[in-house]
Design a binder for this molecule. Sequence first.
Ligand SMILES: Nc1nc2c(c(=O)[nH]1)N(C=O)[C@@H](CNc1ccc(C(=O)N[C@@H](CCC(=O)O)C(=O)O)cc1)CN2
Ligand SMILES: Nc1ncnc2c1ncn2[C@@H]1O[C@H](COP(=O)(O)OP(=O)(O)OP(=O)(O)O)[C@@H](O)[C@H]1O
Length: 191
Amino acid sequence: MPDAKKELRAEAFLRRKDAFERHGAEASRKIAAQGLDFLGIKADAVVSGFAAIRDEINPGPLMAWLQAEGFRLALPVMQGRGKPLLMRSWSPGDAMAPAAWGIAEPLEDKPAVDPDVVLVPLLAFDGRGYRLGYGGGFYDRTLKRLRALKPIVAVGIAYDEQRVDAVPVESYDEKLDWVLTPSGPQRCLDP
Ligand SMILES: Nc1nc2c(c(=O)[nH]1)N(C=O)[C@@H](CNc1ccc(C(=O)N[C@@H](CCC(=O)O)C(=O)O)cc1)CN2
Ligand SMILES: Nc1ncnc2c1ncn2[C@@H]1O[C@H](COP(=O)(O)OP(=O)(O)OP(=O)(O)O)[C@@H](O)[C@H]1O
């Protein structure tokens, strides 16, 4: 891994922690209040979220709104290092089990689905839609797989403070189409 990414990751962890302490649950509520109307997605779309850990914005309230709007929901399941995430159907209230890094995942009896909209956790993002994650490459692999199947929309979920001028880019990095922050949706610029 290039040192540039490593350095930014350490810095981004601190910046996100600070934003979480300042804004906490209010950020999650603001994200939910924005909704996803800006995407104009079709009524039968499947939207994958994530089960927040550490200082990530909790997309739970947004997912509850999506459920109320009639969208189908899914959550990621890790299949091991170097593998894309598997998305399983999930609705608020469904049982979950803790997996690696304490991340809650849907149970195995839930059907696998290929989402049309992917909500993406991140440490830092830039105006082009490049993102920095924990370094597992899970979302790069997942977005690549889904984009080979059909058109999808990748939406980063972040505090405004997580924006940086430029995330160091590598050949395998998949871009976000939008980033949703408490202050609103930002469309990522084309290269
Ligand atoms: N809420 C949430 N769910 C998610 C992700 C995420 O970023 N947030 N992921 C997004 O990809 C995947 C999980 N990826 C993860 C990758 C690394 C670590 C982690 O804690 N890594 C260690 C270092 C591990 C190593 O030795 O390489 C660490 O940071 O301390 C956590 C999650 C799938 N689900
Ligand atoms: N499509 C791919 N094929 C093979 N390897 C990949 C692919 N995408 C990413 N990787 C590998 O994944 C590793 C981590 O990538 P990167 O640092 O960009 O992760 P990240 O986006 O920060 O993490 P995450 O998506 O898990 O939050 C890299 O070492 C890279 O080699």
